[in-house]
Write a protein that binds this ligand. Structure first.
Ligand SMILES: [Zn+2]
Ligand SMILES: [Zn+2]
Ligand SMILES: [Zn+2]
Ligand SMILES: [Zn+2]
Ligand SMILES: [Zn+2]
Ligand SMILES: [Zn+2]
Ligand SMILES: [Zn+2]
Length: 1736
């Protein structure tokens, strides 16, 4: 079909439609005809084909009709005339990051998308980041959502362009009319088809001309069946294979439904039956299957397509959007009065997931984007609210895909909320909905009872609570009559609900036996938690309007009176105490039922405080009879408080855990402000109204202590007495609280901020705390704010965190005077912790442990009467009784806690009296505590004051002595104030006798100074002894390297000569001038058996823990594909160091035997433990170091360093005889000879026949320069040599262990070389000197490793070693043509050096005798090998450097000259070397490039020979030049390395020819092959942005490379190379070694040789991985402003990179500690379930 024809058709059609007066019937006829021809033609939807055809045949004509011309042209015109949207409205996908601004958002539900946030002012505010659960949308541009900065820069223009309604007439009239017509028809069609319930039939207007027998069997998703169930069922029912079943299931889960079979009706029916029976078979409930006619399916598919089309169209223009909204709100049809959108809403719960999503998105981008239509929609929504919620509760889909999730978009808009309350009475509607949902839980008394509730359904009901919270979230600024009326109506409804809670779920104390079934309590508390903010918001609303407040109080009061279930069961009686009489009805909490749920009482208490605060209390008598009985109001709260006290006194032990939990929550931060705190307020209200003596008597009665204090009963039952004591303790505490807790606006004149400040001070008095712990311990308001930030800097100082841990706040000194040990929000343990901490502090500062109460703020007038409690007769009597029991030492009748509280109360009373005396004249002060304390009971010598004095001397109260003293002093002060005379011994300095306190202070000061001096002395002593130790350590060599102490009496007596002495001290490690080995007698302690043992060659082996791992830490080409290790011979190390084998140690030593026993024991026990393999892999012989728990997988035997001294005369002689050419010749002769001797002709073919062996007799001449017998090692050392070498081989090559594989020695040498390189790299990086700065463990490990590598040779056949030597040697020497020998550019020369040095002793092996070179021979071998390789390396460096020459310079010195000569010589041998390089430039490059090699070599030889290095190498102060000099001298190299080429003039030309002439070299020079440059680049972790939201931004734009679906992805960043991976997702799994693994594991296999370090961006967590099965998380190196990390972004504070922490991660990597870290963390966490790390 040609393009033109199609457009013509579309155009023609549209012209035809335009002619019609009624578009509907014709358009529908067209759809009826076309749609079934396009959609649902085969068993599988043909997406691209369908889309193409629908576009051409259906959508194009529609667009032609709409625009009346070519849609492209029309659209262009439209866009010119209209402006873009002023709202962003981006709909969030699940997992997408959203931002909210704590400074500017109206409430926390106002969020921005990433793009808007980045372009908004809020990015510099206190923002929060969160992960969306999907469904919400971006509020950018919504003026009502933000206090400031409502629009980002992108959406700003839109906002300015069309303000409010100005955009109405954006569309030109014709267009508008056509849009109306078209939208009307299409929208109705869409709605009709989506809600269509007939499966086989279509509406009459859509009936096709011909009917065919084609049906679909459609499977719907539900929450009852697992993935596996569905797959199983499908495979059995519709005969699809595993993969198809998988696809079906995934799509059913995602879309909500899927056609699984197409065919004639009969076949579909059969399939349906099969599916039902198969699924029923496995999970009782059958899967939901339906059969749909293919035409019905087709129309439904097109209807959904139209949904997307509408979205696109209305995004073009505000005009379209408005027309669309209009049509949406029109009635659906003549018969159905619901609007179209109403129908969709009501049908929502019946729709499947995919359809819902499209509908919701359509609503969001249309109705919710226009202020006026949003209002209309909101009213419609409110109208259907109840039905929608009921549908949702019965539905089993998640909330985010329910239409009810839109409520947050409507209810949180302040103006809408107000209108909905006023016009739609929505408060009532919501609460009514709640009531209806909860009504099934009502019992006969009209109270809730949740036993046996359905927790899933209950969870869904919470959504309605959220709505209630949303609607209340913004308080009205102006109250209208209507608003008052509707709000109060809502409140009445709310009270009705609360009265169903008041007194619900009563508990009754259990006697004798334990309860059988723990009663249900969580449901009640979860409602309480939901209600918490709602209750406080109702109070806030009320307090904003006096009229409403008073009315609300009246209503609540009335509601409370109607609640009658907790009545008294006995008649009132009279009780007497201290001549006071109480007429009251008894109620025993310990015997009668009590409820912890008293929401109405508490609401009333809250409202009362607001009445007092606002002054409206004055008018209260107009509303209620204020003579109401306050003792009745406080009755229920008091019972609840007593219940808590009795539980704490362990009287309710038999009632089980559920009660303990309830009491816990009652006082916990999550509930207390609307539970415990309000009960306290109610008691305070009563205390302010009742006679103080009566109040106290009621308290005593409810605590069931009245008779105890009245002295009416004596008891022998110890348990009961103990109980009384505990209850007394609790009661006294309650009195402390009622009289002392005044920090609430209304109760005293404090601000909210003061409350928060006080909470924070008390929390910090327990211990310094992190910001997040503080936030958790403070109550949050409805906006999730605690107010912490506003006060924290006033009361605390911040201490920054180190590389681990978190920042802490410490309370400021000046705030400590606010500390009250009986602070009412302290739990028992917090109380004792805080008390201990503060006592300790006071004792240190002023040597006084008294913790008197702080001076409280004065009560506001309405509460002022409470203080009379502190001086009433009963109060004094109670205290007297308590003290008297202690004084009379009736040991069982008191406890210290009681006394402590009594003392606190006395102090409170005295402070009160003092305050009053100070502000008023004595006559005005009625507060007479001190007088009563002196008088009452004085006739028997038992006045309170008297008793207090006697208490002082009591030994059991030693701890309270200071507090008693404080109180006595206070009595003095008050007495003086009363006498109005300036007190003789004490002026009124607060709370303490001034002299004494001055004395105390001086004493304390002296003590402090003495303390400081002592500390200082200790520190100096420590420093001195450390220095001494260092001195001995560094100069040990001086003592021990003198000939006397090395002992052993070498054979040569010439040693004594002075020249030898000098040489003996020489710091040269190589060659005939080699210095003396620093062999010390090594005595080590086994960490297992603690026995000491000297390390000896023939002794039992000592071993060092070790961990061997593959490493890509030094790689120069990350991600390189690695050779197949089964066949690969690792003779040469590639210079890119792509993968090396690292051997590290924690430095702990054991007997080999002890280790073997330990290892076997561990293997046996862990094999039986579940999941222990997570910590260490038994198969890989892993274990944890018994001492430090490092992860290890082998041991290194400790080989004693051989003490050897050269016979320097011999050495000199040999040195003269054995020149380099001669040496090469001898070696070659030996190789050839050995080759033919051992393997005959076959072997000699390796070496070219042109090989110039002049004298075959040279075969044995190598021996003439000195040989000796090789060291013999004990069996156990031999065994350990094999163990270690085999592990290195197995791990390094990832192959099965095989101790006789010829590659074993190669791997030993390689790990030795690689480990040295890694250590050097690390030292260099940290700028530390080469020697002396390694940690002990590193040094011990390195030494042992080198010695082990040297000794391991003896455990292999010498022929194998000889063969390896030959291979290695061939890389350097001309004339040895061995197949596969690489060019020198492709060899790491340090590895080569180590290999050659460690292999060469094997050349001395003779058939009959085991021989090895003598020290003299060795030193020559080392020298020549080193010289040869150094020359090769110099050439390598020159060949590989391709950077352009630096600036100007001249060849000045000898070195430049020599360099230039060498360069010229090289040019002659090579093609492609540039000719213009000056000598100085060459020299510079070489000096720079050669350094790592020299450093590694120095480390190697120092460990091998034990010769002390020059001191310059242990110092950081040395210049680079000096370092070079020292290195060269230590290694017997000329400082000017080019000198070598001149010294060996006759040998050099063939070598150069060999090295430079290789064709591979010229290839590289022509840049046909990549070349490694020297010094190698140092690997670092990738750069991370400072601001974490940048990373989130990256993650937001991340697209999985392998799939295009919109599912939640987990972008994960490789910190080694910066690759962004799609982890935890089936789309990106890969197969590695025949196993499906996740993207990260697959990536780590190549990027880090199995080790990985990733940042999971959405989770803000680092993941460490080692091997396929092991990993751990590690805190990301990002901290918030409070020095804390935020895993999972749970708190969502802005995060910034911490360079120190990132550096620590870098070191973890570079020091090969990742594996160790994982093992450590796994041990700490002790994971209960196996996390599949490999799927990451
Ligand atoms: Zn946005
Ligand atoms: Zn924006
Ligand atoms: Zn802001
Ligand atoms: Zn031992
Ligand atoms: Zn250890
Ligand atoms: Zn990587
Ligand atoms: Zn993917």
């Amino acid at each position: 079909m040609a393009e033109g024809e199609k457009t013509l058709n579309a155009k023609e059609l549209s012209m035809k439609w335009k002619e019609l007066s009624d578009l509907g019937p014709e358009l529908l006829r067209y759809l009826a005809e076309q749609v079934p021809k396009i959609y649902c033609l085969g068993p599988e939807p043909q997406l691209t084909q369908e889309e193409e055809q629908a576009g051409a045949l259906l959508l194009q004509p529609l667009e032609w009709y709409l625009f009346g011309e070519d849609p492209g042209t029309g659209l262009e015109k439209l866009q010119q005339s209209s402006t873009s949207s002023q709202l962003c409205g981006r709909v969030f996908k699940e997992g997408e990051t959203t931002y909210s601004c704590r400074d500017c958002a109206i409430d926390p539900t106002c969020v921005l998308c990433m793009d808007c946030f980045q372009n908004s002012v809020h990015r510099n505010h206190r923002y929060k980041m969160h992960s969306s659960s999907g469904g919400g949308f971006c509020d950018c541009g919504d003026l009502e959502a933000w206090k400031t900065g409502p629009s980002c820069t992108t959406h700003e223009q839109g906002a300015a362009g069309d303000m409010e309604t100005g955009a109405e007439c954006v569309l030109e009239a014709g267009l508008r009319e056509r849009a109306q017509k078209l939208f009307r028809v299409l929208l109705r069609y869409t709605v009709d088809m989506l809600v269509w319930e007939e499966r086989f039939e279509l509406p009459s207007e859509l009936q096709p001309s011909a009917n065919e027998d084609a049906y679909y069997c459609v499977l719907y998703n539900d929450e009852h069946h697992s993935y596996d169930h569905v797959i199983y069922t499908l495979q059995r029912s519709v005969h699809c294979n595993q993969r198809e079943a998988h696809t079906h299931t995934a799509l059913i889960d995602k879309e909500g439904r899927r056609a699984v079979k197409r065919g004639p009706l009969q076949a579909c029916r059969e399939a349906k039956e099969l599916i039902r029976s198969n699924s029923e078979h496995i999970s009782l409930q059958p899967l939901r299957v339906e059969i749909l006619h293919s035409h019905v399916m087709a129309h439904q598919s097109f209807a959904l397509r139209l949904g997307n089309w509408f979205q696109q169209i209305i995004n073009y223009s505000v005009g379209f959007r408005q027309v669309f909204c209009q049509v949406m709100l029109e009635p659906r049809s003549l018969v159905d009065s619901h609007s179209l959108v109403g129908s969709l809403m009501l049908y929502d719960a019946k729709l499947y997931k995919g359809a819902r999503k499209i509908v919701h998105e359509l609503i969001v981008c249309s109705l919710l984007m226009e202020t006026e239509y949003k209002r209309l929609f909101a009213i419609e929504f409110a109208k259907h609210y109840k039905q929608l919620q009921i549908d949702f509760i019965n539905d089993d889909h998640e909330h985010s895909i329910s239409i009810t999730a839109l409520s947050v978009q409507i209810f949180t808009v302040p103006t809408l909320a107000r209108q909905l309350i006023e016009e739609g009475n929505v408060l009532k509607v919501i609460i009514d909905t709640l009531m209806e949902m909860l009504s099934e839980h009502l019992d006969n008394n009209n109270r809730f009872h949740f036993q046996g509730y359905n927790s899933d359904k209950f969870f869904r009901i919470q959504v309605v609570f959220h709505d209630l919270k949303y609607i209340l979230i913004s308080k009205p600024a102006v109250w209208t009559r209507k608003l008052r009326q509707q709000f109060l109506e809502g409140l009445q409804m709310f009270l009705r609900m609360l009265s169903c809670m008041q007194g619900m779920e009563e508990v009754k104390r259990q006697f004798g036996q334990h309860i059988e079934v723990e009663p249900e309590w969580e449901a009640g508390f979860s409602i309480q938690i939901q209600l918490r903010h709602i209750l406080s918001m109702f109070q806030d609303w009320c307090s904003a309007d006096e009229e409403v407040l008073l009315q609300a109080f009246k209503e609540s009061h009335a509601a409370l009176r109607q609640c009658t279930n907790q009545t008294f069961h006995s008649e009132a009686t009279d009780s007497y105490m201290c001549k006071h009489i109480l007429h009251s009805r008894p109620y025993k909490v310990s015997q009668e039922p009590v409820s912890i749920h008293l929401p109405i009482s508490r609401l009333l208490a809250g409202l009362y405080v607001h009445l007092c605060r606002t002054g409206a209390i004055e008018r209260l008598r107009e509303y209620i009879d204020t003579s109401c009985d306050f003792s009745l109001l406080m009755e229920y709260p008091l019972r609840c408080v007593v219940l808590a006290a009795q539980v704490s006194a362990e009287m309710w032990r038999r009632n089980g855990l559920s009660l303990v939990s309830q009491v816990y929550y009652y006082q916990d931060v999550k509930c207390r402000d609307e539970m415990f705190d309000k009960d306290v307020i109610m008691l305070q209200i009563a205390a302010s109204k009742l006679d103080p003596n009566s109040f106290l008597m009621i308290i005593l009665q409810r605590f069931e202590l009245f008779d105890v204090f009245n002295g009416n009963i004596t008891c022998k039952d110890q348990d009961l007495v103990k109980q009384w004591n505990r209850l007394t303790e609790e009661m006294l505490h309650l009195l402390i609280i009622v009289t002392g807790e005044r920090y609430i606006p209304g109760i005293s004149h404090v601000l909210k901020e003061d409350m928060t400040m006080r909470e924070v001070i008390h929390l910090l008095c327990i211990e310094p705390m992190a910001h997040s712990s503080l936030v958790k311990a403070l109550p949050e308001n409805e906006n999730n704010e605690t107010g912490l930030e506003n006060v924290i800097h006033k009361v605390a100082t911040f201490k920054k965190p180190g590389v681990s841990g978190h920042g802490l706040y410490e309370v400021k000194k000046e705030c400590l005077k606010e500390f009250n040990p009986f602070f009412y929000h302290y739990s028992k343990s917090q109380h004792s912790k805080a008390e201990d901490a503060q006592k300790k502090r006071r004792n240190q500062e002023i040597n006084d442990k008294a913790l008197p109460p702080p001076v409280p703020p004065a009560f506001s007038p309405d509460f002022a009467k409470i203080v009379q409690l502190l001086c009433c007769d009963i109060f004094v009597y109670v205290l007297r009784t308590v003290l008297q029991r202690a004084v009379e030492d009736r040991a069982t009748l008191w406890n210290e806690a009681m006394i402590q509280r009594a003392l606190h109360l006395i102090a409170q009373a005295l402070i009160e009296e003092k305050q009053q005396l100070e502000t008023c004249s004595e006559e005005e002060v009625a507060f007479d505590f001190s007088l009563k304390a002196k008088k009452n009971g004085s006739e028997h010598g038992k006045s309170l004051l008297h008793l207090l004095g006697r208490l002082k001397g009591l030994p059991p109260l030693e701890a309270q002595k200071d507090m008693i003293k404080w109180n006595l002093q206070m009595f003095e002060i008050v007495k003086c104030l009363r006498e109005k005379s300036s007190p003789s011994s004490s002026t009124s300095v607060d709370h303490a006798k001034p002299e004494e306190s001055v004395q105390d202070k001086e004493k304390a000061e002296r003590k402090r100074k003495a303390e400081a001096a002592k500390l200082h002395r200790q520190k100096i002593m420590a420093q001195m002894s450390a220095m001494q130790k260092n001195f001995i350590e560094t100069h040990k060599m001086l003592y021990e390297s003198t000939p006397e102490s090395t002992g052993q009496g070498g054979p040569s007596e010439t040693l004594e000569s002075s020249s030898a002495m000098i040489l003996g001290e020489s710091r040269v490690a190589v060659g005939p001038k080699r210095g003396v080995t620093l062999a010390e007698r090594e005595v080590l302690t086994c960490i297992l058996c603690q026995e000491e043992q000297e390390v000896q060659a023939r002794g039992p082996a000592m071993v060092l823990t070790a961990c061997v791992q593959r490493s890509a830490v030094l790689t120069q080409c990350r991600g390189k594909a690695l050779p197949n290790t089964e066949t690969f011979v690792p003779l040469y190390m590639s210079p890119d160091l792509a993968v090396g084998t690292h051997t590290g140690s924690c430095g702990h030593v054991m007997h080999a035997l002890c280790w073997q026993k330990y290892f076997e024991a561990v293997q046996n026990t862990t094999r039986n433990r579940l999941h222990a393999e997570l910590i260490f892999d038994l198969e890989n012989a892993e274990y944890l170091c018994p001492l430090c728990k490092s992860l290890c997988n082998t041991v290194i035997p400790i080989i004693p360093l051989e003490t050897l001294k050269l016979n320097y005369e011999n050495a000199e002689l040999v040195g003269q005889l054995l020149t380099l050419p001669r040496w090469i010749q001898i070696i070659l002769a030996r190789i050839k000879g050995l080759g033919s001797a051992t393997q005959g002709d076959e072997k000699s073919s390796d070496i070219d026949s042109s090989f110039s062996v002049e004298n075959p007799a040279d075969f044995r001449s190598i021996l003439s320069f000195g040989v000796q017998a090789p060291t013999r090692y004990s069996d156990s050392i031999n065994e350990m040599l094999v163990v270690c070498a085999t592990t290195v081989y197995r791990v390094g090559l990832k192959v099965a262990p095989n101790e006789i594989d010829p590659r074993v020695p190669l791997m030993t040498w390689n790990t030795c070389a690689f480990t040295i390189q890694a250590i050097d790299n690390m030292l260099e990086e940290e700028g530390k000197p080469l020697f002396g700065s390694l940690q002990n463990r590193q040094h011990a490990g390195l030494k042992a490793l080198v010695q082990f590598a040297a000794a391991q040779r003896l455990k292999s056949p010498q022929a194998v070693i000889q063969k390896h030597f030959t291979g290695l040697f061939a890389a350097l020497i001309p004339n040895m043509k061995i197949e596969g020998t690489p060019c020198i550019l492709d060899v790491d020369l340090f590895h080569l050096l180590v290999g050659l040095v460690l292999a060469i002793p094997a050349l001395y092996q003779e058939e009959a005798v085991d021989l090895q070179p003598s020290p003299v021979s060795s030193s020559c071998n080392h020298l020549y090998i080193l010289h040869l390789i150094t020359m090769a390396h110099v050439v390598q460096i020159v060949l590989s450097s391709d950077d352009p020459p630096g600036m100007m310079g001249e060849d000045a010195g000898e070195e430049d000259q020599a360099a230039s000569e060498l360069y010229q010589a090289m040019i002659r041998c090579t093609e492609g070397l540039r000719g213009d390089l000056p000598g100085w430039c060459v020299a510079e490059r070489v000096n720079k490039g050669v350094l790592p090699f020299l450093r590694c070599t120095a480390l190697f030889f120092s460990c091998l020979t034990g010769v002390a290095p020059p001191e310059e190498l242990s110092s950081t102060a040395v210049s680079p030049e000096g370092q070079m000099e020292a290195l060269c001298s230590y290694l017997a190299l000329p400082r000017n390395l080019f000198q070598l080429f001149q010294d060996y003039k006759e040998t050099v030309p063939p070598l150069l020819q060999r090295w430079c002439g290789d064709p591979a070299v010229s290839q590289a020079l022509k840049q046909e092959a990549s070349v490694i440059q020297y010094p190698r680049k140092r690997n670092r972790l990738i750069e991370l942005p400072e601001d974490y939201s940048c990373l989130l931004n990256q993650a937001c734009h991340f697209r999985c490379p392998k799939s295009s679906d919109e599912d939640k992805k987990h972008p994960t960043l490789c910190l080694f190379c910066g690759a962004m991976l799609c982890s935890q997702s089936p789309c990106c799994q890969e197969e590695v070694d025949g196993e499906e693994v996740g993207a990260c594991t697959a990536h780590a296999a190549t990027c880090g040789a199995g080790v990985g370090m990733f940042l999971r961006i959405r989770e803000c967590e680092v993941v460490l991985m080692a091997s396929k099965t092991r990993g751990s998380t590690y805190p990301a190196p990002y901290l918030d402003d409070y020095g804390e990390t935020d895993p999972q972004l749970g708190r969502g504070n802005p995060l910034h990179l911490s360079p120190e922490r990132y550096k620590k991660l870098h070191q973890l990597w570079q020091q090969h500690c990742i594996m160790e870290e994982i093992a450590r963390s796994l041990e700490v966490v002790s994971v209960m379930f196996a996390f599949e790390w490999q799927m990451l």
